[in-house]
Design a protein around this ligand. Structure first.
Ligand code: JHZ
Length: 392
């Protein structure tokens, strides 16, 4: 049974940056969140058609975040050392930040966003420009690929609506001794840190190890190891196989989640109260700063900040315009556009003098250390809302 616990209001597609002339046609949907009392899976109530999200205009590129490029290089080296795979496939290969660490003869990508498929094809990697399904897994098999020693996916599996089909497709192409490794934001960390902004159209599911264990088991696969990561504000890297011995980290994570109350609905109801407080605190702070004549901008036009600005009514809502004047972002395809829903302009960092502003909101709070280090010359202060709204 699916029980609703959180309503994040009307939201746009989190990465659908747009121009002024497209404001009137902007697609919005109700972002509500539910808990499945049987599988323990947390999901959004109404999924958005993936073709609306992942297409040739999708702007998020891994390579625009220096810390993430380093992250993928390190994980590739680690996987190579431990599992020494000959055949590798990445699901959701984006612009190749992971793929490029592998020889191209035996490595393939799967990526539905046409703009990225072209990039990795040009790098020499065969890339299927399609959504990940059992049908595609059959197609790959029929094209003569042997079963894969390593299947990898980062911030992708939680993007897919039908998890049974997803895992069946993995099982279909995973060598009998192969490993399937995937990483996605951790539900436990989101609840612990009130980072509700990890919830948006692209994340139809937010994974706990508990829910994944249930769903993978049902589909004939087994989690044998879990690593807790700091990237994206707290993620889990999950190692799956047909039948490898289960390591202690799995039980430890299941226990940690149970201790926190992830199996009980009331934990989610309490989280929803904290989310509402976070919204009120942020709006109060920004309104006070505006009344004091302070200027505020944001760094990182993230998918997360789409959730925050639209949930808190910052930006397009006529009563709260100018609370945040602009957002800077390093991604060329976001620059010169307006942020989804809030319509706050996105500009290149080089086009502004940061010291014209008194405060910087950290839209990319997950990259806080990197950003603050890079902005040593900034005389003002930073605002974050994770784990609580504060000036840092
Ligand atoms: P970042 C993405 O979400 C989208 P987002 C996706 N759906 C997903 O699952 C998650 O990641 C996990 C910019 N930037 O990584 C680059 C600067 O401007 O927090 C990016 O646009 N200056 C796949 O969008 C954004 O910030 C900088 O100095 O929430 C960061 O986006 C740096 C370092 C980055 O992911």
């Amino acid at each position: 049974m699916k029980k609703e616990f959180l309503d994040l209001g009307r939201q746009p597609v989190a990465n659908a940056f747009l121009k002024k002339e497209d404001f009137d046609d902007e697609f919005l949907f109700d972002l509500k969140v539910v808990f499945d009392t049987e599988s323990k899976l947390v999901s959004i109530k109404k999924f958005v058609d993936p073709k609306r999200i992942f297409n040739e205009n999708y702007p998020y590129t891994t390579s625009n975040s220096v810390p993430m490029v380093k992250h993928f290089k390190e994980i590739a080296e680690m996987l190579m050392k431990e599992f020494n795979p000959l055949t590798v496939m990445e699901i959701g290969s984006n612009d190749g930040a992971f793929l490029k660490n592998w020889p191209n003869d035996y490595t393939i990508g799967v990526e539905p966003c046409g703009n990225f498929t072209k990039v990795t094809e040009d790098m020499g990697y065969q890339t299927y420009s399609e959504f990940w399904t059992t049908e595609l897994s059959e197609k790959i098999k029929n094209a003569g690929h042997v079963d894969f020693d390593l299947i990898y996916a980062a911030n992708c599996i939680c993007h897919i609506h039908d998890l049974d089909d997803t895992f069946k497709a993995v099982k279909n192409l995973l060598h009998k001794d192969g490993v399937f490794v995937f990483e996605d934001p951790s539900l436990l960390r989101i609840l612990e840190r009130n980072s509700y902004d990890q919830i948006y159209d692209e994340h139809p599911h937010i994974f706990s190890i508990t829910a994944l264990d249930n769903i993978l088991m049902k589909n004939g696969l087994k989690i044998f190891r879990v690593d807790n990561l700091s990237v994206h504000g707290g993620s889990n890297r999950v190692y799956v196989s047909h039948n490898r011995p289960v390591e202690p980290s799995v039980r430890e994570n299941l226990q940690k989640e149970d201790d926190f109350g992830l199996n009980e609905f009331k934990t989610y109801q309490e989280f929803a109260k904290r989310v509402e407080k976070s919204k009120n605190d942020l709006v109060d702070l920004l309104v006070k700063l505006k009344n004091d004549g302070k200027r505020v901008m944001s760094i990182g036009a993230t998918a997360k900040s789409t959730t925050v600005f639209n949930y808190c009514g910052i930006g397009a809502a006529p009563w709260q315009t100018d609370l945040i004047e602009l957002i800077t972002d390093t991604t060329k395809d976001k620059q010169g556009m307006c942020a989804p829903g809030s319509h706050i302009p996105v500009v290149p960092r080089e086009s502004i003098d940061i010291n014209d502003f008194d405060y910087v909101f950290l839209g990319a709070w997950n990259l806080k250390d990197y950003i603050i280090k890079n902005e040593k010359k900034f005389n003002g202060k930073f605002i974050t809302h994770v784990p609580k709204v504060e000036v840092v």
